[in-house]
Ligand binder design. Sequence first.
Ligand SMILES: *Cc1c(COP(=O)(O)O)cnc(C)c1O
Length: 377
Amino acid sequence: MRIYLSRPHMSGTEQDYVAQAFASNFVAPLGPQLEAFEASVSDYLGGDLHCVGLSSGSAALHLALRIAGVGTGDEVWISSMTFAGGIFPVNYLGATPRFFDLDPASWTIDIARLTEELAVADRDGRLPKAIVPTDLYGQSVDLDALEALAAQYDIRLVLDSAESLGAAYREGRKAGTGGDAAILSFNGNKIITTSGGGMLVTRHKDWADQARFLATQARDPAPHYEHSTFGYNYRLSNICAAIGLGQMEVLDDRVARRRAICERYRATLSRPGISFMPEPDGHRSTRWLTALTIDPEETGVSREDIRLMLLEHEIEARPLWKPMHMQPLYAGSPYHGTGVDEALFANGLCLPSGSDMSDEQQDEVIQRIENLLDRSR
Ligand SMILES: *Cc1c(COP(=O)(O)O)cnc(C)c1O
């Protein structure tokens, strides 16, 4: 049986919630399951946050940036190493991305470099409209430092927490609670899923109100359809939200399982030339995907040697995200960094990390990689 990178993993209660949605005929992009799902995520994240269920994480980012006031000619400063859905909304709005490298100590945005560049941009009168740091592979960014910077320059801060629901940024504060807004994704490969879906999480009630308004075709109050701006059809289906209700019940279990999978890889595969994604003191990553780098000089094998060998045995592994400043689409875009992200892309691999992977399956992955490494010494 094929071993996947990260598959949907149902708890078993999802179908009951879906049946409730059918029983009440709320087969629509609104309904009690959607409200309950939003409340459940809000409770989980710790209180005073407004949650708006949306059709995808990309849709959530699109709305967050629009509400942040991003438009034609503006700059958005963003981590280069991310998934397309975490960057394309900048283009939807006619804005321009400026890309930032990662800090090797956390594999999240290089805050020292960001701080320097903000000072320069402030002096030159060309500050960005928004900053969008990515919580990479389940690891929260340094929220305190980024919130302080955003406040200092009065810039909107939107956290891309699509990969980090369930992570803790220091004691008592969860990923997804930061900035003006954070976005979550419930795509099929994420730590929990609604088959497809996303959420905008914000402390500002007016942002949540705006998001609901824009996500339902921007209807002004009137009995007929009245529009003073354009909107989108971005609400999460009540049926999908019902799946999310079942998934929220097991979120902490899923985090624990993914962390255990990562620990097992580390315990067995660590050796000179193999480094796992660091987890800074006080942070608790979800280890959504176990990410590691392979130094071909030291190990005698390349990232691609490992990936292709696994593929031959029906085991899915994937290179780390290709940094956006290296993509043909963004050729020539401004980039600030020394290529930490480029090196991670060159030698980095995500191993199968799904919470439904059995120990036997993981043993097989580990055994095959160990064999290859031993043969290459
Ligand atoms: C998954 C993901 C998104 C957006 O996801 P959707 O597939 O649109 O739900 C955005 N940013 C990052 C970093 C992601 O991993």
